[in-house]
Design a protein around this ligand. Structure first.
Ligand code: NFE
Length: 503
C-alpha cells in the first residue's frame, strides 16, 4: 500500500513523504522538498558583504547560523584576524539562537506527538495560561469545528500519554516554553540588534559594543533559559523517554554521522571548538575534508554539466526531470550517506572524548535509560542530544560573557579582495552547515550552501541509496498504515526545515 503523508506539519517549509507499507512495515520512503528558491543563483554578481545578510533570509528559524557560516567563509577568503570580542559576540548571538530553537523543536513541534492535548478539557485548576487554553479549546468546540484544530494538528491515532496530570503538566510547559524562547531571542537581540535577521554579525566580528549593561542583561536572560533547560526541558525529555522507551530503537538512520563542530574557542576559526568536528564512518571518527563532499542530483530536480563538488557545481532547475522527486539535492561524504544534527554532533564529540560535559551527560543518561551510546541514533536519541546540546551551550555562553572586554575591538579591519574563495562551516541547530564563497572582480562569482536538512531529507543519491531520513523510515513497523504516527515521530525527531533544505 502506498501512502502520501504530506503535507507534513509542525515543521518549517513544504515537506512531503511518500511511504510504501507491506504487512505494517514501511518498505520504502521518499522525502520530497516541494519548492524551489534559488539563493545560490541570485547571490551571483552581488557585493560579497551582502552574503551574510542575504543568506540569513534562507530561514527565519536559524538565520544566525547562516550569518555565521557566511562570515566564517568570508573570514577565510579575506584572511581576517578576528579579535577575541568578535569571536565571542558571534558565539553569544548564535548560541542564544540555538537555545530558542531547541525549545521550539521539542515543545511546539514534537511534544504533541506524545502529549494528549485533549486532556486540557479535564483541567479543573486555576492557572491562568491553562484556563486560557481550555477556554480557547471550548470555544473552538462550541463553534462546531473539529478538535484538535491548528496549531495542534496533526493528531494521528496512536498511543499518547494517558495520565491526565502528566498531560496537563506538559501543556503548561508547552506554554512556558514560548515565554522562555522569547527570552532567548531577546538575549540574541542584545548583541544582534534584532531577531530574526541580525545586522550585527559581520565577517571579522560584530558591530555591537559589549557594554556592561548589555552583558548583564544578556546574562540575566540566558540564566533564566538555562534554568528552564535544567529544571523543565531535560526532565520532560526524560519523562517522554520513560513513557516511550521503544523509541530508543525506532528511527535509526543507516549511514555515518557528520559534525563540523560548534563555536570556536580561539580567534582562529579553524582551531579548537566547544564541540569537536568529525565524520563518523564505520565506527571511527575521521577529520572532515570539505573536498570530499559532493551533491548528487540524479533524483533531484536539477540538471548539471559538471561534477557536483561544492566549489564548482553549475545547476539548472529542471522541474520536469524524469525520476526526480525533490528540490532537495543529495549531499554525500566520500559518496556515503551521513546524518547531521544533534545526534551526530554529540556522538562525534563523545567518541573523541572531547567535551567533558558532553561525556558526563551522555553517560548519565545512557545509564539512566539503560542504553548504549549507539542508540543516540534514534527518535529519542535526537531529542536527548538536543537537550544535551542546550545544556552545554547555555553554560558555555554564560562563561563566554566573562571573557568579553568592554573596551576591546569587536571587528577585524576589513577589505574585500578582487578575487578570493573560502569555506565556512558551523553547526546550525539542525546540524552541519557549510557555506562556500568565490569572489571574482570584487563580486560573488559563486556561492554554495550545503545545509543540514539538505543532508537529512535528501532523496536517493546517484547510486540509488536513500537519504538519512528515508533510511530511518524504511523498516519501521506502523500500527495504523494509513496514518503512521511512528513515521511522523521519526520525521519530527530530525526537525526538518525545508526552507533551508532547498534554499
Ligand atoms: Ni531553516 Fe537551518 C538549522 C540551517 S536547517 S532551520 O538549524 O542551516 O537545514
Amino acid at each position: 500500500m502506498k501512502v502520501d503523508l504530506g503535507p507534513i506539519t509542525r515543521i518549517e517549509g513544504h515537506l512531503n513523504v511518500h511511504t510504501t507499507v507491506e504487512n505494517n512495515v514501511i518498505t520504502d520512503a521518499q522525502c520530497m522538498g516541494e519548492m524551489f528558491r534559488g539563493f545560490e543563483v541570485f547571490l551571483q554578481g552581488r557585493d560579497p558583504l551582502d552574503a551574510q545578510q542575504i543568506t540569513q533570509r534562507i530561514c527565519g528559524v536559524c538565520p544566525y547560523a547562516h550569518a555565521i557560516a557566511s562570515s566564517y567563509a568570508q573570514e577565510n577568503a579575506y584572511q581576517l584576524k578576528v579579535p577575541s570580542n568578535g569571536r565571542i559576540l558571534h558565539n553569544l548571538i548564535q548560541g542564544a539562537n540555538h537555545l530558542y530553537d531547541y525549545l521550539l523543536q521539542f515543545y511546539q513541534l514534537s511534544a504533541l506527538d506524545f502529549v494528549d492535548v485533549t486532556a486540557i478539557l479535564k483541567y479543573k485548576g486555576k492557572d491562568a495560561d491553562l484556563l486560557h487554553l481550555k477556554g480557547w479549546v471550548q470555544a473552538e468546540l462550541a463553534s462546531g469545528k473539529p478538535f484538535p484544530a491548528a496549531p495542534f494538528l496533526p493528531r494521528l491515532s496512536g498511543n499518547y500519554i494517558n495520565d491526565t496530570d502528566l498531560n496537563i503538566g506538559a501543556l503548561k510547559h508547552y506554554i512556558e516554553a514560548m515565554h522562555i524562547q522569547q527570552k532567548a531571542n531577546r538575549a540574541a537581540a542584545i548583541f544582534g540588534g534584532k531577531f530574526p535577521h541580525t545586522t550585527a554579525i559581520f565577517p571579522g566580528g560584530a558591530t555591537q559594543t559589549p557594554s556592561i549593561d548589555k552583558i548583564s542583561n544578556y546574562v540575566a536572560l540566558i540564566t533564566e533559559v538555562r534554568n528552564f533547560i535544567h529544571n523543565t526541558y531535560i526532565p520532560d525529555i526524560v519523562a517522554v523517554a520513560g513513557g516511550f522507551p521503544n523509541y530508543w530503537n525506532i528511527g535509526a538512520s543507516k549511514g555515518g554521522f557528520l559534525s563540523y563542530g560548534l563555536m570556536p574557542l580561539t580567534s582562529d576559526r579553524n582551531s579548537k571548538r566547544l564541540m569537536a568536528p568529525g565524520v563518523l564512518l564505520d565506527g571511527t571518527v575521521q577529520k572532515v575534508d570539505f573536498e570530499r563532499i559532493t551533491q548528487d542530483i540524479n533524483h533531484s530536480k536539477y540538471s548539471s554539466p559538471t561534477a557536483l563538488k561544492v566549489r564548482d557545481a553549475v545547476l539548472t532547475p529542471a522541474p520536469h526531470k524524469k525520476d526526480a522527486y525533490s528540490w532537495i539535492k543529495a549531499p554525500r561524504y566520500n559518496g556515503r550517506m551521513v546524518e547531521v544534527g544533534p545526534s551526530a554532533r554529540i556522538m562525534v564529540d563523545y567518541l573523541q572524548g572531547h567535551n567533558p560535559t558532553v561525556k558526563k551527560l551522555v553517560e548519565t543518561f545512557a545509564k539512566m535509560a539503560k542504553i548504549q551510546a549507539s542508540q543516540l541514533n534514534s527518535v529519542l536519541g535526537r531529542h536527548l542530544c538536543r537537550a544535551i546540546s542546550a545544556a552545554v551551550i547555555a553554560d558555555f555562553l554564560l562563561a563566554e560573557t566573562e571573557r568579553l572586554d568592554p573596551k576591546g575591538p569587536t571587528m577585524a579591519d576589513l577589505s574585500v579582495p578582487a578575487s578570493a574563495e573560502g569555506f565556512g562551516a558551523t553547526e546550525a541547530s539542525r546540524g552541519g552547515l557549510l557555506h562556500y564563497i568565490r569572489i571574482e572582480k570584487h563580486k560573488i562569482a559563486r556561492y554554495e550552501c550545503v545545509v543540514p536538512t539538505t543532508w537529512n531529507a535528501s532523496p536517493r543519491d546517484d547510486q540509488g541509496n536513500p537519504g538519512a531520513m528515508e533510511s530511518a523510515l524504511i523498516g519501521t513497523k506502523v500500527t495504523n498504515p494509513e496514518e503512521q504516527l511512528e513515521a511522523l515521530r521519526i520525521v519530527h525527531s530530525f526537525d526538518p526545515c525545508i526552507a533551508c533544505a532547498v534554499h
